[in-house]
Design a protein around this ligand. Structure first.
Ligand SMILES: [Zn+2]
Length: 249
């Protein structure tokens, strides 16, 4: 099994790196992993209700609570960590083919990755979408309305229910976005999976898709993942410490 120095050489030699990130890369920025053992859902099952589309659409009280929790979200004050910055550096060096992320915090873009490179398979919490007409708008504008007294602000165009532009539980992924992610993975010469246990399909399928076209697979995660057996390197440990070392110039 390859070590950090070897992986660093692979990064140096690669030209079309595809990175797949999960919640683990943002925990060092203070954003909790909802599903992990210390996750919000594990400790407070009611929190999961707020993320379920069926409760959200049916119950105004759930929506009011959701707006409150959006306002209080740790992501608004979170800053990209050294792991995010290392991936932004990969793009600056012209090595990043695509950055597939399961995260909704946009910290990759804040760190300097361009929007065209980032494929957000679970959407973004920094926008709202109207569930009736599909209108999208910046989240902060909707939060301004909540602060001004609207507990559950409706769409200004059609009166429909507004929601963060994320994929909630019970909602379908966007097929075009998943297709883009899989296409990119199939063009990789190196795939680095970071901070995800690779258990959720179809996104996890990016790893075997890259492997199938001959890409090396590197997995950086504190815990074992579902894809460890096809990895060429496993680097457990601190993501914000490891990524700068393998991606740095
Ligand atoms: Zn609308």
């Amino acid at each position: 099994m390859a070590d950090r120095a070897t992986v660093r050489r692979w990064v140096e030699g690669a030209q079309r790196i595809v990175v797949l990130t999960g919640a683990g890369i943002s925990t060092d920025s203070g954003i909790p992993d909802f599903r992990g053992p210390q996750g919000v859902w594990t400790r407070n099952p009611m929190a999961e209700k707020l993320s379920n589309i069926h409760y959200y659409m049916a119950d105004p009280e759930v929506r009011k609570a959701s707006w409150k929790s959006r306002m209080d979200h740790t992501a608004w004050s979170a800053k990209p960590n050294a792991g995010h910055l290392a991936l932004a550096m990969l793009e600056k060096r012209g090595k990043l083919h695509a950055l597939i992320t399961q995260n909704i915090d946009e910290l990759h873009q804040v760190a300097g990755n361009s929007a065209e490179k980032v494929i957000e398979v679970h959407g973004t919490m920094r926008k709202v979408v109207c569930m009736s007409c599909g209108m999208t708008a910046p989240m902060q504008k909707a939060l301004d309305r909540v602060r001004a007294g609207e507990a559950d602000p409706p769409c200004r165009d059609c009166g429909g229910i507004l929601k963060s532009a994320t994929i909630s539980f019970g909602q379908q992924l966007v097929p075009e976005v998943i297709e883009r992610a899989m296409l990119a993975a199939g063009e990789a010469d190196l795939l680095i999976a970071v901070g995800t246990t690779l258990q959720v399909y179809p996104v996890a399928g990016a790893v075997p898709a890259a492997k199938a076209v001959g890409a090396r697979v590197v997995i950086i995660n504190a815990e074992p993942t579902a894809m460890d057996d096809i990895a060429d390197a496993l680097l457990p440990g601190s993501i914000s410490e490891i990524l700068p070392r393998i991606c740095g110039e």
